[in-house]
Design a protein around this ligand. Structure first.
Ligand SMILES: [Ca+2]
Ligand SMILES: [Ca+2]
Length: 276
């Protein structure tokens, strides 16, 4: 299938639990993109665009759908005055087609994006999105800087009232910029390519264009130890919900915009899994 065409080569490039010791080097998408970027990217700022995956056109499209697994592998790290409750996140691609973004430079460390949505009958449509790519530094341990989707996910801590209902959001994570990539195939199906189509994110700050995405059935996973993968819970006591949301700004077009959250309850101070 066309959607399985490879956009780069090599392994995933962002260190995680699974490939934390893998060598990190700049990816060159230039050659494959010379073939696939025959489509001109929009040159105007994205206006409000109707979601093609929710309109009458949707039945003709292989629309993507992102979900996020419940927070896992939680642990506490004391960092100065902060008590960081860290958690692993798992952004899952679960639609009929991949989530694929094409970035084009619009600033020193910024790109605007178009989303490519494949058609069932072949070919694709291109839709401008409000999502931005940022050239994001994640520390030397995790390989330096990458072109990532700005604020692809947020983590929030929400108080659970004595009656069990949810109260206000009391803490949030730093802004979480993530790649979209194929790290782990977490749900095999006939629509899910068996090999990586989007193996890693570009590390070249001079690039004018990049492509990134996550294939159907694959996940982009960030371990609890990863850059900014935490909420500061210092001073908090009681029962809370640790919630993760993918695409909180609702910039990416999906077949289901209502399944982008997951959560679990935690008791603070955190001393491991407990019911509350
Ligand atoms: Ca979704
Ligand atoms: Ca969305």
């Amino acid at each position: 299938m066309e959607v399985f065409g490879k956009l780069g080569d090599g392994r995933a490039t962002i260190a995680t639990d699974l490939d934390i010791l893998a060598p990190v080097r700049a990816r060159s998408f230039l050659a494959p993109l010379a073939l696939v970027l025959t489509l001109a990217l929009a040159t105007t700022a994205p206006a409000a665009v109707e979601n093609p995956c929710e309109g009458s056109q949707a039945r003709e499209l292989l629309c993507p759908n992102l979900e996020i697994a419940p927070p896992s592998e939680l642990y506490v790290q004391v960092a100065g005055p902060q008590v960081r409750l860290r958690a692993t996140s798992d952004v899952q691609s679960r639609g009929l087609g991949p989530m694929e973004l094409r970035g084009r430079r619009d600033g020193p460390r910024s790109m605007r994006t178009n989303q490519r949505i494949y058609r069932k009958a072949g070919g694709h449509i291109t839709v401008p999105t409000g999502a931005k790519l940022r050239f994001t530094y994640v520390g030397t341990y995790f390989g330096g800087s990458y072109w990532k989707v700005h604020q692809l996910a947020t983590f929030e801590l929400i108080r659970v009232r004595p009656d069990g209902t949810l109260g206000e959001v009391v803490r949030t994570s730093p802004k979480l910029n993530y790649c979209l990539r194929d790290l782990t195939r977490t749900q095999a199906s006939r629509r899910s390519p068996s090999n990586r189509v989007y193996p890693g994110c570009n590390q070249d700050p001079s690039r004018e264009r990049v492509a990134l995405g996550t294939s159907v059935g694959w996940s982009d996973i960030y371990p609890a130890a990863y850059h900014q993968q935490w909420i500061d819970v210092a001073g908090l006591r009681g029962c809370f919900v640790y919630r993760m949301t993918v695409d909180p700004g609702e910039h990416l077009f999906e077949s289901n915009e209502n399944d982008n959250r997951s959560q679990r309850r935690v008791r603070l101070p955190y001393r491991g899994p407990s019911s509350c």
